[in-house]
Ligand binder design. Structure first.
Ligand SMILES: C[S@@+](CC[C@H](N)C(=O)[O-])C[C@H]1O[C@@H](n2cnc3c(N)ncnc32)[C@H](O)[C@@H]1O
Length: 386
C-alpha cells in the first residue's frame, strides 16, 4: 500500500532536495564498503548539513508540517512546566540560575515558558538554547522576536554544551530524535546488526554479525522472544544524558518523551521495535524512503537513559507518565483559568489538554524523567528497573 496519498507526494523541488541527500548517503554507504549501521544512516537522513530532515528548510512541526508536539498544541503545556522550573530557579537564586533548552523546535516552548516565568516574576538570567538545526534556530529567532524586549534579551543560542550549568534543563521530544542502532535476534544464529546497503541503486535493510562493543554491552535479554525479533538501542540518547551529568552542578533536568522502561521496550510482543517515520501527518515504519523529507524516530528506553544518568552522577527525582505529571503540576488548574465563555480560546485548549492526558493518546505513552545531581549510587525507582 502507498505510504502517502498522491496529493501529498513530494513536489519536484522537494524531490530534487531528497535526491541530493540520497546521493550523499549513497556515497557514505560506498565509502564504508557497501553497508552503514542504522545510526549512521539516521544521522545523515536527519542531520546531514544543509540536507538532513532537521538541518534543512522544510516545515517540520505543526499543522503544515509532519507532526505536532505538546508545546505546539497548547501554551498550557509550557505554563504547567513553568511551575517546577520556577521553583527550581527560585531555590537557586543566589547562583544566578539559567534555563537551558535542548532542541527547541520552533521556539514555541521557549516563548511560552519565558512568558509564564515572567508572570511568576522569575525570569532566568539567561535562557540558553542548544539547537543542532540551523533551520530550526532561524525559526526560533522569529518566534522569540515576539517576546517583550526585557524577556527576549535573556535568550541566547549556544553552539556547545556549557562546561558547567546551574538551573533548569528542558528537553521535549529530543531523545527520540537522536540516532539509534538497530539490532536483531535470530535465535540459534544469535544477534545481528541491521544497517543499510545499496542493491540495484536502492537502499535495503541489510544484516551483519553484531560486533560493536558498545552494543554488545547493552544487549537486552532475548529470553521468551519470538524469532526474528528486531529492536533498537539508543546509544546517542544515553550519551546525551551522560553529558548533562557532567555539566549540571545544581538544579534539575526534565526529559519529556515517548518511551518505556526496558522491560516494556524489549517486550516479547514488540517484535519489530519502535522505529517510526512521520511525513505530512502520516506515520509508517519505513526509514529508507523519502530521505530528508520525513522524520525518523524511535521510542526512548528510559531505563537505559536513567542508568546513563546515574553513571554520570545524576539521581532520578521522578519518573511518571505525562498525564500524572501534568496533573500533579497543575495543568487542570491552568485550563480552569481560561474563561469558558471565551469559546475560541477555551475549546482548543480543552481539546489539547484532553489529548495530553488521555491514556489513549499521549497521557501514558509519554513519560517525564526528572533528574538532579546526586551521587549516582541512588537506586533507580522500581518503575524503571529493567
Ligand atoms: C522532535 S523535535 C522537538 C522540538 C521541540 N522540543 C518540541 O517539542 O516541539 C527534536 C529537536 O531536537 C533537536 N536536536 C536533535 N539532536 C539534538 C542534539 N544533539 N542537541 C540539541 N538538539 C538536538 C532537533 O533539531 C529538533 O529541534
Amino acid at each position: 500500500m502507498a505510504i502517502l496519498p498522491h496529493s501529498l507526494l513530494p513536489g519536484p523541488e522537494a524531490q530534487v532536495h531528497s535526491d541530493r541527500l540520497r546521493a550523499v548517503i549513497d556515497q557514505a554507504i560506498r565509502a564504508a564498503g557497501g553497508w552503514i549501521d542504522f545510526a549512521g544512516f539516521m544521522s545523515l537522513a536527519l542531520y546531514a548539513p544543509g540536507l538532513g530532515y532537521y538541518s534543512a528548510g522544510a516545515v517540520k512541526l505543526g499543522a503544515a508540517g509532519d507532526f505536532v508536539t505538546a508545546p505546539e498544541m497548547t501554551p498550557l503545556f509550557a505554563r504547567t512546566l513553568a511551575r517546577p522550573v520556577a521553583d527550581t530557579l527560585a531555590a537557586l537564586h543566589a547562583a544566578q540560575p539559567e534555563v537551558l533548552e535542548l532542541g527547541a523546535g520552533t521556539g514555541r516552548l521557549a516563548c511560552d515558558l519565558l512568558l509564564a516565568l515572567a508572570e511568576r516574576d522569575v525570569v532566568p538570567e539567561r535562557y540558553r538554547i542548544l539547537e543542532v538545526s540551523p533551520d530550526l534556530r532561524a525559526r526560533q529567532e522569529v518566534t522569540l522576536a515576539s517576546l517583550p524586549e526585557r524577556v527576549r534579551k535573556r535568550v541566547q543560542w549556544c553552539e556547545h554544551w556549557p562546561e558547567s550549568f546551574c538551573g533548569a534543563l528542558v528537553a521535549n521530544e529530543v531523545l527520540d530524535a537522536l540516532p539509534v542502532h538497530r539490532v536483531g535476534w535470530r535465535g540459534a544464529q544469535g544477534w545481528v546488526e541491521i544497517g543499510a546497503a545499496l542493491e540495484g541503486g536502492r537502499w535495503i535493510p541489510a544484516e551483519r554479525p553484531l560486533d560493536n562493543p558498545r552494543l554488545l554491552e547493552r544487549l537486552p535479554d532475548p529470553a521468551g522472544w519470538p524469532v526474528p525479533y528486531d529492536t533498537e538501542i539508543g546509544l546517542a540518547a544515553a550519551d546525551l544524558v551522560a553529558t548533562v551529568g557532567q555539566s549540571l552542578r545544581a538544579g534539575r533536568a526534565w526529559f519529556i518523551d515517548y518511551g518505556f522502561p526496558a522491560r516494556e521496550y524489549y517486550h516479547p510482543q514488540r517484535v519489530g521495535g519502535t522505529l517510526m517515520c512521520h511525513i505530512r501527518h502520516h506515520a509508517h515504519p519505513d526509514p529508507l524512503v523519502f530521505p530528508g523529507l520525513q522524520d525518523i524516530t524511535a521510542h526512548v528506553d528510559f531505563t537505559a537513559v536513567a542508568r546513563a544518568a546515574a553513571g554520570a552522577g545524576l539521581e532520578v527525582e521522578a519518573y511518571a507518565s505525562m498525564a500524572s505529571w501534568l496533573i500533579a503540576e497543575g495543568i487542570v488548574e491552568e485550563l480552569g483559568r481560561l474563561p469558558p465563555e471565551d469559546a475560541g480560546r477555551y475549546l482548543p485548549a480543552a481539546a489539547a489538554v484532553h489529548k495530553l492526558l488521555s491514556p489513549a493518546e499521549m497521557g501514558e505513552l509519554f513519560k517525564v524523567l526528572v533528574l538532579r545531581p546526586g551521587t549516582g549510587r541512588e537506586p533507580l525507582p522500581a518503575s524503571l528497573a529493567g
